[in-house]
Design a protein around this ligand. Structure first.
Ligand SMILES: *[C@@H]1O[C@H](CO)[C@@H](O)[C@H](O)[C@H]1NC(C)=O
Ligand SMILES: *[C@@H]1O[C@H](CO)[C@@H](O)[C@H](O)[C@H]1NC(C)=O
Ligand SMILES: *[C@@H]1O[C@H](CO)[C@@H](O)[C@H](O)[C@H]1NC(C)=O
Ligand SMILES: *[C@@H]1O[C@H](CO)[C@@H](O)[C@H](O)[C@H]1NC(C)=O
Length: 402
């Protein structure tokens, strides 16, 4: 026989030990499983796992009436089938999410939210928290996505637009129901207008409308964004729907800051230059590098921020002490002053930015880098949106006002 006898299992003194070991392993596995289930990012693949999930937390009038219908745009904002590496930053993704939520409101459907949001590593540098400490840090947070619930408060959003997450028990059940309904269950639509989706009974009676949004950016679906009467949700909607623990951290910091003003100083990506064919540096924002230097900021904000005020500086500039000059007139504060509050709640740059955004919103006077529709003050007169004209950067004061 080719098999040695010792490999044969036979009843003997070792079997109770093996039995015990199997029991322990089984318990450990069960425990591991329950941990996985409680992690919000876990993808659902088996109905067995669903049984043990908590009931859906997000109730709304639609849910209660039992007649709700659903709108699904895909499982990643702006990144259908793409890697998170190529995704746009938070601002773009929020514009896109807002566009989708507006459509759900228009269609009076529950929106099925992607359960995770991509974090482009380019926008996930860790440095801001520590920039007043030692040296320039290239440290980044490792994750390339995070759970939607770690960023936004689904209950709060549902108060305006009912939403469910695409990893929820509810969504799984809706999927099952739609299969039973066959042709009336779900349809995949592309390039159908919003009005058609609402008024044409071919679509309006469907349980699920599965829409392929623009593969570049979801917000391309909201073409008349410039028509203010067509905008249902204001720009400030998502920034105010931030997850509770982030809102609490912002409130705590605002409390400590007391009566304060704030500036948002965008540098980094926005001051990038590239050489033209004569080897001369050119940029899309010729004055921003100059206008975001402390001596120019000091001059520019003099008329808006009186001497002695507390000034909160939110910036992606990573050179230590870059803004120190401003302390000749103001009491300066950065995120790094509040790392004891931030460190325990922050896992990525989007969360940090969301908190800083709430702090900036709470300032008595707020000055943004670029002039936006709803802000009166800006550090520069350059236009934020310029994608074509590459100009030679200007560093001298004489050029101001051109
Ligand atoms: C939505 O449509 C896409 C494209 O046909 C398909 O791959 C996806 O499985 C559909 N999702 C749902 C939830 O119906
Ligand atoms: C602006 O939006 C409103 C509401 O959707 C619409 O009735 C109106 O025709 C739009 N105006 C233009 C110029 O597109
Ligand atoms: C051009 O840009 C590079 C990189 O930003 C910089 O190091 C260099 O000093 C600039 N050259 C001139 C002439 O301003
Ligand atoms: C923030 O920290 C800096 C450097 O440690 C300090 O000079 C400044 O006074 C602090 N600001 C506030 C508002 O506590």
């Amino acid at each position: 026989m080719a098999f040695p006898r010792t490999q044969k299992s036979k009843p003997g003194p070792s079997s109770p030990i093996i039995f015990l070991a199997i029991c322990i392993a089984a318990i450990a596995l069960l425990f591991l499983f329950s941990c996985l289930i409680s992690t919000s990012g876990f993808y659902i693949s088996s109905p067995k796992i669903l049984e043990s999930m908590p009931e859906d937390k997000y109730k709304s009038q639609n849910h209660q009436s039992g007649h709700e219908k659903y709108l699904y745009w895909g499982d990643r904002i702006d990144c259908p089938g793409k890697h998170c590496m190529s995704c746009a930053g938070l601002g773009h993704q929020e514009s896109s999410l807002r566009c989708a939520l507006e459509e759900a409101m228009f269609l009076q459907r529950t929106f099925v939210m992607p359960s995770r949001m991509c974090l482009n590593p380019m926008h996930n540098k860790k440095a801001i928290l520590h920039h007043s400490n030692d040296g320039i840090s290239e440290e980044r947070w490792a994750a390339n996505s995070c759970s939607m619930e770690s960023l936004y408060d689904m209950d709060l959003i549902s108060g305006t637009v009912p939403v469910i997450l695409d990893n929820s028990k509810k969504w799984y059940q809706v999927g099952e129901t739609s299969m039973k309904l066959e042709a009336r269950g779900a349809a995949h639509v592309e390039g159908v207008s919003r009005v058609d989706l609402k008024e044409n009974s071919r679509f309006s009676n469907l349980l699920i409308i599965n829409r392929t949004a623009s593969p570049l950016s979801w917000f391309m679906e909201c073409k008349d964004r410039k028509n203010s009467s067509a905008i249902i949700l204001p720009h400030s909607f998502l920034p105010s729907m931030v997850a509770k623990k982030l809102r609490n951290a912002a409130d705590e910091i605002k409390e400590l800051l007391g009566d304060y003003d704030a500036i948002h100083v965008r540098r980094g990506d926005i001051i990038k230059t590239r050489k033209d064919r004569f080897g001369i540096n050119r940029t899309l924002h010729p004055h921003v590098d100059r206008d975001t230097h402390p001596e120019f900021i000091l001059h520019r904000i003099e008329k808006w921020v009186p001497s002695g005020r507390t000034l909160y500086i939110a910036s992606n500039e990573r050179t230590p002490g870059f803004f120190s000059l401003l302390s000749v007139r103001y009491k300066l504060a950065y995120s790094s002053n509040y790392s004891h509050i931030l460190e325990p709640v922050i896992e990525n740059n989007y969360q940090l930015f969301m908190i800083e955004r709430l702090i900036m919103t709470g300032a008595k006077t707020f000055i943004n880098t670029f002039k936006e529709d709803d802000t009166d003050f800006s550090l520069t007169d350059d236009r934020k949106k310029n994608t074509k004209v590459w100009q030679i950067p200007v560093y001298t004061m004489d050029e101001e006002g051109t």
